[in-house]
Design a protein around this ligand. Sequence first.
Ligand SMILES: Cc1ncc(C[n+]2csc(CCOP(=O)(O)OP(=O)(O)O)c2C)c(N)n1
Ligand SMILES: [Mg+2]
Length: 329
Amino acid sequence: MAAKKPADKPNISKEELLKFYREMLLIRRFEEKAGQLYGMGLIGGFCHLYIGQEAVVVGLEAAAKEGDKRITSYRDHGHMLACGMDPKGVMAELTGRIGGYSKGKGGSMHMFSKERHFYGGHGIVGAQVPLGAGLAFADKYLGNDNVTFTYFGDGAANQGQVYETYNMAELWDLPVIFVIENNQYAMGTSVKRATKSTTLYERGVAYGIPGEQVDGMDVLAVKAAGEKAVAHCRAGKGPYILEMMTYRYRGHSMSDPAKYRTREEVQKMRDERDAIEHVRDLLLNGGHASADDLKAIDREIKDIVNDSAEFSKESPEPPVEELWTDIYA
Ligand SMILES: Cc1ncc(C[n+]2csc(CCOP(=O)(O)OP(=O)(O)O)c2C)c(N)n1
Ligand SMILES: [Mg+2]
C-alpha cells in the first residue's frame, strides 16, 4: 500500500477528533454486531462488512454539506451511518424487519434515505457509477451547488461503464466526486492480479478529470482531499477522482474462505495502520482526552449499537400485504 504513516501532530481541533473517533467507532461496532447477528442466523442473504475502511466515509462526510448526495455499492452500512441514517433502521433492515429502511424487504444491499440524500445500496458491481453521474446531472440542471459522492471499488474500476461515465461527466462538467475505495481486493482477486495499471485515479487523465491517491486509513488526509475535491466541483469545474487506499479486515462477504491472503497481512494492517487507533493515539498523545474519556465514548457507542439490535429483534417481520406495496406493477 502506497500510503505513508500520518503526521503525529496535525492541525485539528479536539472536537473534530472526538467526532471522528465516535463516528468511526459507531461503524466498527455496528458492523461487528451485524456479523454476530449474521452468525446467529438473524440476518439472511448477503452481508458485506465495512470494517477497516471507516476513515473513508467519515473523512469525506466531514467535507460535505447539507444537500450533497451519496451513492455506493453493496458494502454500504458505513456510508449510511456516516451520513446520519438511524442505526436502528439500518439494523432492522439487515434483519428483515418492518422497522427497517426498506420495510425489511431490501436487506443489506438495498436501503435508501431521501432525507439524508443516500441513494443506495447497489448489488450490481459498478451500476451506481452512471447513476451517481445522473444525480449530479440533476443538481447541475437545477442550478444548485450540491455535489454527489459516487463510491465504487477497485474491482468495479475495471468496468466499461465507469469510463463511459467519466467521459460524460467531464464533457458536461458534472459535480460528481468519484471515490474509488481501493481496498486491494475484488472478492478474492487482488488488484495486482486483475489490473495492469494499478494507480486507478490516473485513468481519469484520459478524460481530463483531475484526481489523486489518498491515504484512506488516515481520516484527516481523507477530509483534506475531500475538501479539495468538493471545492473543485462546487466551482463548476466538473468531476474529480479520489482513490482511497484502504483495506478491509473481514472477508468479502460473510461467506468468504479467505484463501487469497494471509492472516499475517491482515494483522499487519490492523496493528500498524488502523484508522481508529490512529485517532485514539492523537487524542491521547495530544492531551485531548483521557483513557477514561474514551472508555465513556466506547460505552455510549455500545449502547447505541445494542439498542439497534434490540429494536430489530422487537420489530415484526413485514406482513404478507407488504408483498403488494412499493412495487412498479
Ligand atoms: C456486474 C456484476 N458482476 C459480478 C458481481 C459479483 N461481485 C460482487 S462483488 C464483486 C467484487 C467487487 O470488488 P470491488 O469493486 O473491489 O468492491 P469491494 O467488494 O472490494 O468493496 C463481484 C465480482 C456482481 N455483483 N455484479
Ligand atoms: Mg475492492
